[in-house]
Design a protein around this ligand. Structure first.
Ligand SMILES: Cc1ncc(C[n+]2csc(CCOP(=O)(O)OP(=O)(O)O)c2C)c(N)n1
Length: 575
C-alpha cells in the first residue's frame, strides 16, 4: 500500500489537529472502533465521560469557557441519540461545538442494522448544520467546514456523521486550504448609515437603556461593550446569558433583567425610551408578556443573525453585524456627535440615572441570612466572597441557578456557564468538567441542585479519574425546588412528585470515588466548609442543606408584564 494513504480515522484526526483541537469529550462504541484505534497513540487528548449527553455538555463547558470550538464524539445509534439534548442546548445558547458520530457502514444504512439510527435526520433541527460523510474523499473538507460553520457568524453546534467504511477506508490526504460555502453568508460589518443613525438615536433619547446578552460574550466584545457603555454613560443590564460581559462591579451595571431579574433592571426596561439591544433575542424569560414589554421604547437591535431582528420585538433600527466590529464604530459615531448633542438631554439623563439609582436602592438584590438555617441566598453570597468575581461558576437548572445569577458577581466574560435557553438539568457538572479542562488555572465551582446533581452522578468518575479540582456545591433543599415553587405559588401548594426523599450520603459517595465529600447544615459552619472545599487541592463534593421552602424573588409570574413583578413572598397578615 503506498505510504501517502491514510485511513479515514487518521485523516479525521489530522483535520482536528489542524483545527487546534486539544481535547475531545467522548464515549466509544462499535462503529467508532477505528477512530478510537487511531486515537490510541495520538497527541489529541480524549476524555472518557460516562454518558454521551455529558460529552456534549463538557464540550460546551470547554467552548463557553474559552470561545473555542468544543468537540464531542459518540458512536452510532444510542451514542448519537444520547447527544441530542446537548446539541439542542448548544443551539439554544449559540455555543460552538462539533459533534462527531459514527454511522453504520454505508451499504447497511437503511436496513435497520445493529445500532443504526438516522442521526442526520434526528439532529437536523438540533444543529446549526449537519453532515453525513459516506465518501472518504469528502472527509477533510467536511471537517473544516464543520468547524468554520460552528464558530462563525452566530455560533452553534455542527454534527458530522461518519460511516464506518469511511473511518476504515484509505485515501491520500491533502490538507484543505480553503473553505468555500456560497450559500452561507456572515454579515459582520454592520451598515454604516444605520450605525450613524443609531448614534443619533442614542443622543436623542432621554432614558436610554442597554439590554446586553450572550451575543456580547460570543463575539468576545466585552472590552468594546465597556467602552460603549462608558462613552454613552448608559445604564446596562446583562441577561442570564450575558452576565460577565460588563463587570458586575462596573458602575453602569444594573444586574439581570427578566423573570427573576432585579427590580431596577425590570423597571428600567419598563420605563426606557430607547432600548439598545446588543446580542439578545428578546427571550420570553426576559420580556415577560411581550405586548407589555418596554411600552415606551424605540429599539436599536444589533445582532449577527438577521433572523433575530424583529423576531419577537419590532426593531426601529436594526444593525446586522458582529458586535466586536460594530460597537467600536458606534462608539466612535457617538463620540463624534457629542459636541453638538451632549447638552440636549443632559438634564433628562441625569434624572434618569437618579431614578435608576433610586430603584436600585429601593429593592436591591441582597442575600438573606438567618441565624438558624442556611438560606440559599446566603450560600451564594459566601460563594461570591470566595470567587471575588473571578471564579468560573457553572450551574445546573432551577432555583440555585437563579440565585447564583442574582447574587454571584461575574467580573469577567466566560466565567458564568449555564444552560440558559434549553434549561437542561444535568448540565452543570459536566460543563464544569469541560471548563476545568479548558482553564486548569481557574477555580471552578459547579453549583447544582439536589435534583440535577442526581442526573450527573456518573461524571464523578470522570472528575475522580482526572483529579479535576472542581468544587461541587449541591444546594440541597430536598426538592425539585423550582417546580415546587411553581406548585406552591400557582397550584395551591399541591406538591406533586417534587420531594427528593432520598439523597446519597456524600461522604460515602465522594469517598467511593476517592475524594472528599461533606454535608453541612449549620449556618455557622457553612462559610468555613466552603473555604475548606476551596483549600483542598483536589475535587470536593459539598452538600449544603438549605431551607427547603425558600422561593426565588423577584418573580414575574408567567404571562405577566415586567413591572408586575412580585418582589417578595406575601407577608403574613397581622390581626
Ligand atoms: C432535563 C430536565 N428535566 C426537567 C426539567 C424541569 N425542571 C426545571 S427546574 C427543575 C427542578 C430542579 O431541581 P433541583 O435540581 O433540585 O434544583 P433547585 O430548583 O432545587 O435549585 C425541574 C425538574 C428541566 N429543566 N430539565
Amino acid at each position: 500500500m503506498p505510504s501517502n494513504l491514510l485511513s479515514g480515522a487518521k485523516i479525521l484526526l489530522e483535520c482536528l489537529l489542524r483545527e487546534n483541537v486539544e481535547c475531545i469529550f467522548g464515549y466509544p462504541g462499535g462503529v467508532t472502533l477505528p477512530l478510537y484505534d487511531a486515537l490510541y497513540d495520538h497527541p489529541i487528548r480524549h476524555v472518557l465521560v460516562r454518558h454521551e449527553q455529558n460529552a456534549a455538555f463538557a464540550a460546551q463547558g470547554y467552548a463557553r469557557a474559552t470561545g473555542r470550538v468544543g468537540v464531542c464524539c459518540a458512536t452510532s445509534g444510542p451514542g448519537a441519540t444520547n447527544l441530542v439534548t446537548g446539541l439542542v442546548d448548544a443551539m439554544m445558547d449559540s455555543i460552538p461545538i462539533v459533534a462527531l458520530t459514527g454511522q453504520v457502514t454505508t451499504k447497511l444504512m437503511g436496513t435497520d442494522a445493529f445500532q443504526e439510527a438516522d442521526t442526520f435526520g434526528i439532529t437536523r433541527s438540533a444543529t446549526k448544520h449537519n453532515f453525513l460523510v459516506k465518501n472518504i474523499a469528502d472527509l477533510p473538507q467536511v471537517i473544516h467546514e464543520a468547524f468554520y460553520i460552528a464558530a462563525s457568524g452566530r455560533p452553534g453546534p455542527v454534527l458530522v456523521d461518519v460511516t464506518k467504511d469511511v473511518f476504515q477506508g484509505q485515501a491520500p490526504y491533502t490538507p484543505v486550504t480553503e473553505i468555500h460555502l456560497p450559500g452561507y453568508k456572515v454579515y459582520s460589518e454592520g451598515h454604516t448609515g444605520q450605525i450613524r443613525r443609531a448614534a443619533q438615536m442614542i443622543w436623542e433619547a432621554e432614558r436610554p437603556f442597554v439590554y446586553g446578552g450572550g451575543g456580547l460574550i460570543a463575539a468576545n466584545a466585552n472590552e468594546e461593550f465597556r467602552e460603549f457603555v462608558e462613552t454613552t454613560d448608559t445604564p446596562a443590564v446583562c441577561t442570564l446569558m450575558g452576565l460577565g460581559a460588563l463587570p458586575a462591579e462596573h458602575p453602569n451595571f444594573i444586574s439581570m433583567p427578566g423573570m427573576h431579574g432585579s427590580y431596577a433592571a425590570n423597571m428600567g426596561l419598563s420605563h426606557t425610551d430607547l432600548i439598545i439591544a446588543l446580542g439578545v433575542r428578546f427571550d420570553d424569560r426576559v420580556t415577560g408578556r411581550l405586548a407589555a414589554f418596554a411600552p415606551h421604547a424605540k429599539v436599536i437591535h444589533v445582532d449577527i443573525d438577521p433572523a433575530e431582528i424583529s423576531k419577537n420585538r419590532q426593531a426601529d433600527l436594526p444593525i446586522v453585524g458582529d458586535l466586536r466590529r460594530v460597537l467600536p464604530r458606534l462608539t466612535a459615531e457617538v463620540r463624534d456627535l457629542a459636541p453638538t448633542m451632549k447638552a440636549k438631554n443632559a438634564a433628562a439623563r441625569q434624572a434618569w440615572w437618579k431614578q435608576i439609582r433610586a430603584w436600585k436602592e429601593e429593592h436591591p438584590l441582597v442575600a438573606e441570612v438567618s441565624e438558624t438555617e442556611i438560606k440559599p441566598q446566603h450560600l451564594m453570597a459566601e460563594i461570591d466572597k470566595l470567587s471575588g468575581g473571578r471564579a468560573i461558576v457553572t450551574s445546573d437548572v432551577g432555583q440555585h441557578q437563579m440565585w447564583s445569577a442574582q447574587l454571584i458577581r461575574f467580573n469577567e466574560p466566560r466565567t458564568w456557564i449555564n444552560s440558559g435557553g434549553l434549561g437542561s438539568m444535568g448540565f452543570g457538572l459536566p460543563a464544569a468538567i469541560g471548563a476545568q479542562f479548558a482553564r486548569p488555572d481557574k477555580l471552578v465551582f459547579a453549583i447544582v441542585g439536589d435534583g440535577g446533581f442526581q442526573m450527573s452522578i456518573p461524571e464523578l468518575a470522570t472528575i475522580a479519574n482526572h483529579k479535576l479540582p472542581i468544587k461541587i456545591v449541591v444546594m440541597n433543599n430536598g426538592y425539585l425546588g423550582m417546580v415546587r415553587q411553581w406548585q406552591e405559588l400557582f397550584f395551591n401548594n399541591r406538591l406533586s412528585q417534587v420531594a427528593l426523599t432520598s439523597f446519597p450520603d456524600v461522604e460515602k459517595l465522594a469517598g467511593a470515588y476517592g475524594f472528599t465529600g461533606r454535608t453541612v447544615d449549620s449556618v455557622r459552619e457553612m462559610p468555613t466548609a466552603l473555604a475548606d472545599a476551596v483549600a483542598e487541592p483536589g475535587p470536593y463534593l459539598l452538600n449544603v442543606k438549605v431551607s427547603p421552602f425558600e422561593n426565588v424573588f423577584p418573580m414575574v409570574p408567567a404571562g405577566g408584564a415586567l413591572n408586575e413583578m412580585v418582589l417578595r413572598p406575601p407577608q403574613p397578615v397581622e390581626v
